[in-house]
Design a protein around this ligand. Structure first.
Ligand code: SAM
Length: 270
């Protein structure tokens, strides 16, 4: 069936058709007509999409690397650049066993934590967030997958005994400057706590950098997603680590990789 005329791009209309009929893409192609209830539901979903609501919220799920997550307007929709962060972090850590500690600070839907648990099933994976709404979604996505979900402000969510014992810390903190204009699809629908971070967008990253050195073990890694104008400031903030900046799929500097050396003259002076 060719999607009815909706004003939406064809592939979006097809995805909504799949949602209301429960059919896959091939099934929708073969469909000759749909029932009145399905048509009413389809028109409702088209209206939501035409009003700017992201397709992923309407569908209620998203694919992130190898894992599928439930999403709604309580959490940021995981982005392709965050998948790049996940890939780089997996390469850096290499392998993990039952003593390996992985932490995702500001987990939102739980995307990074779940994809890391998928890559390193034996590792102990922890996911945190400050926002109770986001935590409810994260718990739904993570708790039956063996990831521990904790509530709190950055490292304040973690048990103190974890200090100095983290092998891999990942974070995609909010990094939009307060007052910055965002596309309506983002600004009108995604949670402000997931987006904004002070007058220059650095606030959460800066607070994270103040403590990261003490929480990550020597020989451990920190991967932080950054805004495309933040690389220099991020390198300055994480100067105690050995740092690299990786690019996203569009070639923009978007991922800070910070390695805590096993021996360091900085350590002695702290
Ligand atoms: C940009 S979203 C990233 C969500 C998810 N990690 C992802 O990549 O899709 C930032 C997340 O950090 C959380 N957050 C903001 N400030 C925080 C803080 N001080 N401590 C912990 N989490 C925080 C937000 O609630 C939000 O879920």
């Amino acid at each position: 069936m060719k999607p009815p005329d909706t004003g939406l791009p064809d592939y979006e209309a097809r995805r909504l058709l799949q949602l209301v009929t429960g059919l896959d893409a091939a099934g929708v192609g073969l469909l000759e007509q749909f029932g009145t209830d399905q048509e009413t539901r389809f028109r409702e979903l088209v209206e939501r999409r035409l009003a700017g609501e992201p397709l992923q919220y309407i569908e209620g799920s998203v694919q992130f690397g190898p894992v599928q997550l439930k999403v709604d307007s309580r959490v940021l929709i995981p982005r392709p650049e965050t998948e790049v962060l996940w890939e780089r972090a997996v390469e850096a850590l290499g392998e993990a066993d039952a003593n390996t500690v992985i932490v995702d600070l500001g987990t939102g839907s739980g995307a990074l934590a779940l994809a890391l648990k998928h890559a390193f099933p034996a590792a102990r994976v922890y996911a945190t967030d400050i926002d109770p709404d986001a935590l409810a979604v994260a718990r739904d996505n993570l708790e039956d997958k063996g990831v521990t979900v904790l509530a709190g402000d950055l490292f304040g969510a973690l048990p103190f005994g974890m200090r100095g014992n983290i092998d891999l810390l990942v974070a995609n903190p909010p990094y939009v400057a307060d007052g910055d204009e965002l596309p309506a699809e983002v600004g009108d629908f995604e949670p402000p706590v997931a987006l904004f971070a002070g007058p220059d967008g650095d606030e959460v990253m800066a607070r994270l950098s103040e403590q990261a050195f003490h929480w990550v073990k020597p020989g451990g890694w920190v991967f932080v997603e950054i805004g495309e104008t933040q690389a220099e400031r991020a390198l300055a903030l994480f100067r105690d680590f050995r740092c690299d900046v990786h690019e996203d799929l569009a070639g923009r500097p978007r991922i800070l990789a910070a390695y805590r050396p096993t021996t360091s003259c900085i350590e002695g002076s702290r």
